[in-house]
Design a protein around this ligand. Structure first.
Ligand SMILES: *Cc1c(COP(=O)(O)O)cnc(C)c1O
Length: 360
């Protein structure tokens, strides 16, 4: 068996020990004679798996008791609609900060259900930075303020928490949740699709403050009603059982590793390797402002774009895949999530150096 280094933005690399454990448990989970996929979601085995996953996630993130943790489906994209449906709470509009491609998608969907005020936008500089809060035009009557705290495509990450006073802060953390500690109590709602830093595609996690629940728009489908899902332990209908199981194994892997302080330190080390190299060469560059650079998604460009195809081909021949940048940005992008070992980043930097030398 040979594993390659997968720099995909999502679905993305998973921790090898998790995949190994899942394969050992595939046919017969803990002596019960079936796989997790074949279990009833209402049976005591799976209810136990889901409860342990929730408890471990709560422990890792330090989720306060007045927050519900929901395991849903439909990806972060469905949350773009569920958030206004649940959180408008009789108000007319919500504030959105536009930091790139995922913010734009959240805004477009929210506009179907709510008034949207663009409190700030980084479009003036092609989404290469996170606008400082002093430049935001917040509406004190907004139902909530929405931010994407890590723009997966542009590689822009908030390394500070906006202060929205009594207006709930809502964050799409799809591509950096669990990469570092988070002060959950500063947010009204946090959401993330699983396939970046949590587990397989098909599972979506929502962490929401209890007092925001129970005032959905009348058109809200029941499975999107956070209160109904919370009361049903996220099992209003059949949940993404296998995804929840794998996510649970990832949470245990993180706990064993030393928790979020530890993974944050490892992530900083990995990202520094790559950014330091990008800053020391003329051959490549990072388009993102230094202080807003993502530790998870690292877009970079070759000054000579004519070499892009060669770069990707040679990287692949060396066992490094999915380095092509998103079409909205071009160039390259290395996603270096929690599960990417530092050896993978080292291999990438060594390859980049050699490629540069070969081109002279
Ligand atoms: C991937 C991603 C999404 C979309 O997730 P889906 O699960 O495909 O709906 C939304 N926001 C961010 C920040 C992402 O990285």
């Amino acid at each position: 068996m040979s594993r390659i280094y997968n720099f995909a933005a999502g679905p993305a690399v998973l921790p090898e020990p998790v995949l190994e454990q899942a394969s050992r448990e595939m046919l017969d989970w803990h002596g019960c004679g079936t796989s997790v996929m074949e279990m009833s979601h209402r049976g005591k085995e799976f209810v136990g798996i889901a409860a342990a996953a929730e408890a471990d996630l709560r422990e890792l993130l330090g989720v306060p008791v007045n927050y519900k943790v929901l395991f849903l489906q439909g990806g972060a994209t469905l949350q773009f609609a569920a958030i206004p449906m649940n959180l408008l709470r009789g108000k007319k509009s919500a504030d959105y900060v536009n930091t790139g491609e995922w913010s734009k998608k959240a805004i477009k969907e929210a506009k179907r259900y709510a008034g949207v005020n663009i409190a700030s936008s980084a479009e003036d500089k092609n989404f290469t930075y996170a606008p400082k809060q002093a430049a935001w035009k917040l509406d004190p009557d907004a139902a909530y303020v929405h931010v994407c705290t890590n723009e997966t495509i542009g590689g822009v990450e908030f390394n500070w928490v906006p202060d929205t006073g009594s207006v709930p802060l809502v964050a799409d953390m799809s591509s950096h949740i669990l990469s570092r500690p988070v002060e959950v109590d500063k947010y009204g709602l946090i959401y993330a699709g699983a396939q970046k830093n949590i587990g397989p595609a098909g599972l979506t996690i929502v962490i929401v403050r209890e007092d925001l629940l129970g005032q959905t728009l009348p058109i809200t489908p029941t499975v999107l009603d956070y209160k109904a899902q919370a009361e049903a332990d996220s099992m209003l209908n059949t949940p993404a059982t296998y995804g929840i199981y794998i996510a649970g194994l990832v949470f245990q892997w993180l706990k064993k590793l030393g928790g979020l302080q530890k993974i944050a330190q490892m992530n900083r080390e990995k990202a520094n390797l790559l950014y330091d190299f990008l800053d020391e060469t003329e051959f490549y560059y990072s388009p993102v402002e230094k202080e807003d650079r993502s530790l998870m998604n690292v877009p970079f460009k070759l000054r000579n774009e004519a070499l892009n195809d060669d770069f990707l081909k040679q990287a692949k021949a060396r066992g490094m895949i999915e380095l092509k940048g998103h079409r909205a940005v071009g160039g390259m992008r290395a996603s270096i999530y929690n599960a990417m070992p530092i050896e993978g980043v080292n291999a990438l930097v060594n390859f980049m150096r050699e490629f540069q030398t070969r081109q002279g």
